[in-house]
Ligand binder design. Structure first.
Ligand code: NAD
Ligand code: FE2
Length: 395
C-alpha cells in the first residue's frame, strides 16, 4: 500500500504562540500588506482580534476584522453571501480564528476568491483548479482538526445533507495551536467538539484506509483525549487539559487526512443537515453503536485502541482477551458521553421513528465515507443503528 501524507505547510504550537502569529506570517508569507481576520464575536469581545491587529500593525500589515458573520455549520448560500462582501478586496492573507465552522469557511473563501467556480462545483475530491489566497488557521475548539486537514464541510439544508470539499489546496500556510484560545469554550462545546476529535481518531484507526502514518496520529490522539476530555469539561481553565485536547484534536485531523472517517460521520451528516444536531453531539451518540454493529470485524483494532485509552487514564492492567478489551473501550466511550452531558437520545432533537428510513438513505449516500468503513452496512442495518438512539416505547 502506498501512503501519501500531506498536512498544513507549517504548524506553530504551544501556550502563548498566538502572540507570534504576525511574526510568523511575515517570515513565511513574505511581503503581506493586508489581512482579513475572520472570527467569532467571542474573540472580538475577549480582545484576541484586537491583539492580532495590533501585532500585524507592528509588521506594517493592515487588517480588517469580520466577526459574528459565520453561522455555525455554514450552508453554501451563507458562505457565498458572506464572501460577496469582501471578495473584491485585495487581501494577501485570510486569517481564520474560530471553530471548525469558521476555519472551513475561511478555507472556502480562499479558493472562491481565486477560482471562478461555485461551491457546488468544488464538492467532492480534487475539484479545485487554482490555489487560493494563503490562509492562517487558528482553532478555538478541540475540535475538528480542520487546521490540518484538506476538508471543508458545507451544509445543504434543501438536500438535508452535509457534503465535503476535499482538496490539497485547502491546507493553510500556517496552523497555530495555542490552547489559551480554547479556555473560553463553553462546557457543551468542549464536550461535543472533544468527542468529534476522538471520533476522527477512532474512525481513522479502524477504517479500511488506516495505515502506519494515520495509526501513529490516531493512537496518540486517543491517548491524549482519553486523558483530558472529562478534565477539560469539568475544569475548563486547566491549560494542561486544554493543551492535551488541542493536540489530540490536531492529531485526530492528521489521522483523518491520512486515512479517513467512516460510517459514524456518514450517519452524523443527515442528523446535522436535517435536525441541526451539532456535529460532535451526533458523532458521540452514534460512535459506540456503530462500533458495536461491526464488532466482529474490528475487535483487534478496538483492543489496541483500548490499550492507549488505558494509558491515557493511567490504568496499568488489561482484561484477559481482545473481546473484553474491545467491549471495555465501547463502555468507556459511553461513560464519557454521559459524564460530559451528551444525551443518548435522538428524540431530544425532534427525530421520530418515521424519520429513520430517510436518515439511513441519506447516510448511505455518503459513499466517500461509507467506503472506508470495515463493514458494508445495509439500509436495514443503518436504520437499526439509528433506532438504538430512540427511547423504547412501552405500550
Ligand atoms: N474540516 C474538517 O476537517 C472538519 C472535520 C469535522 C467537522 N467539520 C465541520 O466543522 C463544523 C463544526 O465545528 P466545531 O465543532 O469546531 O464548532 P463551531 O465552529 O460550529 O463552533 C461551535 C460554537 O462554539 C463557539 N466557539 C468556538 N470557539 C469558542 C471559544 N474558544 N470560546 C467561546 N465560544 C467558542 C462558536 O462561536 C459556535 O457558536 C461543522 O460544520 C463540521 O461539519 C470540519
Ligand atoms: Fe468530525
Amino acid at each position: 500500500m502506498s501512503i501519501l501524507f500531506q498536512t498544513s505547510e507549517s504548524i506553530l504550537a504551544g501556550v502563548g504562540t498566538f502572540h507570534s502569529v504576525a511574526e510568523q506570517i511575515q517570515k513565511q508569507l513574505g511581503p503581506v500588506k493586508r489581512a482579513l481576520i475572520i472570527t467569532i464575536s467571542n474573540m472580538k469581545k475577549n480582545g484576541i482580534a484586537d491583539m492580532l491587529q495590533q501585532q500585524l500593525r507592528t509588521f506594517r500589515i493592515e487588517s480588517d476584522v469580520l466577526d459574528d458573520e459565520i453561522l455555525p455549520e455554514p450552508t453554501a448560500d451563507h458562505i457565498k453571501e458572506v464572501h460577496s462582501k469582501f471578495k473584491n478586496e485585495p487581501y494577501d492573507v485570510y486569517i481564520g480564528i474560530g471553530g471548525g465552522s469558521v476555519l472551513d469557511a475561511t478555507k472556502l473563501f480562499s479558493v472562491l476568491t481565486t477560482n471562478h467556480t461555485s461551491i457546488e462545483e468544488m464538492l467532492g475530491t480534487d475539484n479545485i483548479k487554482q490555489d487560493g489566497i494563503p490562509t492562517v488557521l487558528i482553532p478555538t475548539t478541540s475540535g475538528t482538526g480542520s487546521e490540518v486537514t484538506p476538508n471543508a464541510i458545507v451544509t445543504f439544508p434543501e438536500r438535508q445533507l452535509k457534503i465535503g470539499v476535499v482538496s490539497r489546496r485547502l491546507y493553510p500556510k500556517l496552523a497555530v495551536l495555542d490552547p489559551e484560545l480554547t479556555v473560553s469554550l463553553p462546557k457543551e462545546v468542549t464536550a461535543a467538539t472533544g468527542m468529534d476529535a476522538f471520533t476522527h481518531a477512532l474512525e481513522s484507526f479502524i477504517g479500511k484506509k488506516a495505515n502506519r502514518i494515520s495509526d501513529m496520529f490516531a493512537l496518540e490522539s486517543m491517548r491524549l483525549i482519553s486523558r483530558s476530555i472529562v478534565e477539560a469539561y469539568e475544569n475548563g481553565s486547566s491549560i494542561a487539559a486544554r493543551s492535551a485536547m488541542l493536540f489530540g484534536s490536531a492529531y485526530g485531523g492528521m489521522a483523518l487526512a491520512a486515512s479517513g472517517t467512516a460510517a459514524v460521520h456518514a450517519m452524523a451528516y443527515p442528523l446535522g443537515g436535517t435536525f441541526s444536531i451539532p456535529h460532535g453531539v451526533a458523532n458521540a451518540m452514534l460512535l459506540p453503536h456503530v462500533m458495536e454493529a461491526q464488532l466482529d470485524e474490528i475487535t483487534n483494532r478496538l483492543a489496541l485502541a483500548a490499550g492507549v485509552m488505558r494509558q491515557g487514564l493511567d490504568i496499568n492492567s488489561r482484561l484477559a482477551s481482545n473481546e473484553h478489551e474491545a467491549a471495555w473501550a465501547l463502555e468507556q466511550i459511553t461513560e464519557w458521553t454521559n459524564r460530559v452531558g451528551i444525551p443518548q437520545n435522538l428524540e431530544a432533537y425532534g427525530v421520530k421513528e418515521q424519520d429513520i428510513p430517510f436518515l439511513a438513505e441519506g447516510a448511505s449516500q455518503v459513499t466517500r465515507l461509507m467506503d472506508n468503513n470495515p463493514k458494508q452496512f445495509s439500509l436495514a442495518e443503518l436504520e437499526q443503528i439509528y433506532r438504538k438512539l430512540l427511547p423504547i416505547k412501552v405500550s
